[in-house]
Ligand binder design. Sequence first.
Ligand SMILES: C[S@@+](CC[C@H](N)C(=O)[O-])C[C@H]1O[C@@H](n2cnc3c(N)ncnc32)[C@H](O)[C@@H]1O
Length: 300
Amino acid sequence: MKAMKQTLLALCLTVLMAGVQAQTGVGDVVYVPTPQLVVDEMLLMGKVGKNDYLIDLGSGDGRFVISAAKKYGAKALGVDLDTYLLKVANEAARKEGVTDRVTFREQNLFETDFSAATVISTYLLPEMNLRLRSKIMRMKPGTRVVAHDYSMGDWYPDEQKTLIVPEKKVGNPGISYIFHWVVPALAAGVWQSTLNIDGKDVPYEFTMEQFFQNIDGPARAGGITGVMRGKMSGENIRFSVTGKGAQKIVRHEFEGKLAGETISGLARIGEGAGAKQVAWNAKRVKRGEFTRAQDEPEVK
Ligand SMILES: C[S@@+](CC[C@H](N)C(=O)[O-])C[C@H]1O[C@@H](n2cnc3c(N)ncnc32)[C@H](O)[C@@H]1O
């Protein structure tokens, strides 16, 4: 149902875009600008700041790139195939006094090396987002991605919002959907750690499966077998383990930072007033892989 809705919206976008403000037929999607209030919300959602390097894939008149530089002091690059729009964007950058921080390049976005970006922004068709997805997933963990109107298939967003935008005439008129993802670090594999609980060292082992940012799998603590479930946000890991103890269900919460083959953080043992917080360090003893998504497009 969701996919059908997206396809319908994409179809409307393709048809309507052709008649509205399209400069040329160059590229894989015609030009329609993201309304400025939506650009502003997306830059906020992506937490763009002065240390960021934003790349807008299909930059149009340059509004994402120029706004990121002007409002947040970020460096930014826009790539587009439309020479007229690139000229408009360069003129706007001059007018706004941000030419020292922005660049516009005539380039196919599918051939762009965007590995140095800390933030990616897009307003592209759903199948284009899907084609870009595996390349985005290989970016540095913690890289943020913001997209207007179309998401990325089975890679569900970490955050999304629906905005009322009366001036929007294409896609779903009057409404913009905005999405935010954080590229997750690979946590899949087998992790071992020892927690000191009430002066006693207890061995833990987690076997994590990972589907995009979601992690889950079996967990063992001492003689107890349980289930772990949680999420990655860049290198930050957070999960809970639930298992059946001698007399009751026990629940632990874990959070930490993953660096290579280690995790350091804290574990919260027990619940309510009796809960204890202890240091938690884990070591990966077997590296896993991301679970392949059903909707993974063919690599051409
Ligand atoms: C829907 S517009 C979005 C413009 C701008 N990002 C915004 O949100 O206001 C898509 C842009 O992508 C460009 N484009 C389409 N296919 C492209 C490709 N393969 N490589 C680079 N740019 C492309 C179009 O020229 C157009 O400017």
